[in-house]
Design a protein around this ligand. Sequence first.
Ligand code: FES
Length: 117
Amino acid sequence: MSSLILTYKHNFKKAPIVSLNGEPVLLFNQQQHTLLEVLETKKVNVFSECRNGFCGACKTKVNKGSVRYLTKPLIELKQDECLPCCCVPDTNLDLDLTTDEPSNLYVQHNKSVVFLD
Ligand code: FES
């Protein structure tokens, strides 16, 4: 019986919650999509170009949590940065995206402006 419980706990990990500067925006339960694709379905438009980990255009600061890469990034990243185009959350994740006026405007860390709806 205890081995069944261990197997269950090992195989069923909770879906990570993705937050923007502390504000939860989605439950990441679509493992076949990248973080970038899932953010875009929630109308969070992160600036991107290659969408394959080559250019660094989507580089985003991670406030808290960790990611797992589906393809290895070809650019150097700091410990607290990720490339949403080629990763998925490995834990609950808080990204450095800040709100600005109007309330549907998000500004990506040092880069792009993102409009929600
Ligand atoms: S869009 Fe080029 S590295 Fe993510």
